[in-house]
Design a protein around this ligand. Structure first.
Ligand code: ATR
Length: 290
C-alpha cells in the first residue's frame, strides 16, 4: 500500500466518464513496485477545461492523463506539445513544466512499443485501418511516421475516412514521403474485400467486438482476412476478439490491445518520473490485468 505523506507527488487522469479506468491501478502498481513516492487518482472532468487545467496546475499536480472526450480539447490549454501529437490532434499525457503543461500522445508510443515487442514492423508494409474515429486517426499517423508503403482507411461512414486520408497524405507529403502521400486510401466497409492488398497489417480501431459483444466484428468478409498477415485489435477485453479469431483462422498473427494499454501508461510514467520502468515490473502489471 502506498504511504501518502506531505511529500507525495500527485498524478491523475481526467475524463468523463472515468469510473471504468484501469490507469490508477497500473500507475500505483508501478510506483509501489519501484518505491516511488507518488499517487495517481481519477478526476471526473467537465467541459470547462481551462479552469480544470488551471486548478490542477496551481495545485502542482505533476502529471495528468487525459481520456475521452477531452483528448483534443485539452490541446488549447497547453504550453506546448510533441510534433506527432500535434499532427494527430490528440494528447493523452500532460507533464508539469515551469511554463505550464506540455502534451504527449503516449497511446501512440504504447502501440509502437507493442508492435516492437511483437516484432511487427510497419516499414514498407501495406497497412489497413478499420474505423475512422480518434483511435484510427492516431494509428494512421503512426503508420505514416513508421514508413508504411500504403495506408487504407476503411469506415462505415466514408467522409470520416476521407478526412483522415487528406490529413495523413498531407503529413506524408510534407515529410518527404511522396510515394506514401499518393497511396493513402479511404473506402467503405462494403468495398473492403478487393481494396486491400495481400500480406497487409490490419488495425481494428472501432469499438465493435468490445465485451460484452464478444461475437461482433466490423468485417465478416473472408476474402479480406485472407489478405491479412498480422491483425492488431486495439480492444483488450475480450482477450481474443472476433476480429482476432478471423485473422488467426485465415492463417495470420493476431494481437489484442492489452500491451498498448500497459505501454501507454508505462510511457507516461517514464516521461513524468524520468525513469525506465523495468521489464519485470511491466510484465507483472500486464499479468495482473490479464
Ligand atoms: P475512438 O475514439 O475510440 O476511436 P470513436 O471516435 O467514437 O471512438 O470512433 C468509433 C469508430 O467505430 C468509428 O469509426 C465508427 O464508425 P462511424 O464513423 O461510421 O460511426 C466505428 N463504429 C462504431 N460502431 C460501428 C458499427 N456498428 N459498425 C461499423 N463501424 C462502427
Amino acid at each position: 500500500m502506498i504511504n501518502i505523506n506531505g511529500h507525495t507527488s500527485v498524478y491523475g487522469i481526467i475524463g468523463n466518464p472515468i469510473s471504468h479506468t484501469m490507469s490508477p491501478a497500473i500507475h500505483n502498481m508501478i510506483s509501489e513496485a519501484m518505491g516511488i513516492d507518488s499517487v495517481y487518482v481519477p478526476f471526473v472532468a467537465n467541459d470547462d477545461l481551462k479552469s480544470i487545467v488551471k486548478g490542477l496546475y496551481s495545485l502542482g499536480v505533476q502529471g495528468i492523463n487525459v481520456t475521452v472526450p477531452y483528448k483534443t480539447g485539452i490541446i488549447y490549454e497547453l504550453y506546448g506539445l510533441e510534433p506527432l501529437a500535434m499532427e494527430i490532434g490528440a494528447v493523452n499525457t500532460l507533464k508539469y513544466t515551469e511554463h505550464g503543461y506540455y502534451g504527449y500522445n503516449t497511446d501512440i508510443l504504447g502501440l509502437e512499443r507493442e508492435l516492437k515487442d511483437e516484432k511487427v514492423s510497419l516499414y514498407g508494409r501495406d497497412t489497413v485501418i478499420l474505423g475512422a474515429g480518434g483511435a484510427a486517426r492516431a494509428v494512421a499517423f503512426l503508420c505514416a511516421a513508421q514508413g508504411a508503403a500504403s495506408i487504407t482507411i476503411v469506415n462505415r461512414t466514408l467522409n470520416k475516412a476521407l478526412d483522415i486520408r487528406a490529413d495523413v497524405a498531407a503529413y506524408a507529403g510534407r515529410n518527404g514521403m511522396y510515394a506514401l502521400s499518393e497511396n493513402v486510401n479511404a473506402v467503405t466497409l462494403k468495398e473492403i474485400g478487393s481494396a486491400v492488398p495481400y500480406g497487409c497489417i490490419a488495425f481494428q480501431c472501432t469499438n465493435v467486438g468490445l465485451a460484452p459483444d464478444d461475437s461482433s466484428c466490423v468485417v465478416h468478409d473472408g476474402s479480406f482476412y485472407k489478405r491479412v498477415a498480422a491483425g492488431i485489435d486495439l480492444i483488450y477485453r475480450p482477450a481474443e476478439t472476433m476480429f482476432m479469431k478471423y485473422v488467426k483462422s485465415a492463417g495470420g498473427e493476431a494481437y489484442n490491445g492489452l500491451k498498448m494499454l500497459v505501454y501507454q501508461a508505462v510511457s507516461a510514467y517514464e516521461i513524468w518520473h524520468s525513469v525506465a520502468v523495468p521489464d519485470v515490473v511491466i510484465y507483472d502489471v500486464e499479468r495482473s490485468l490479464r
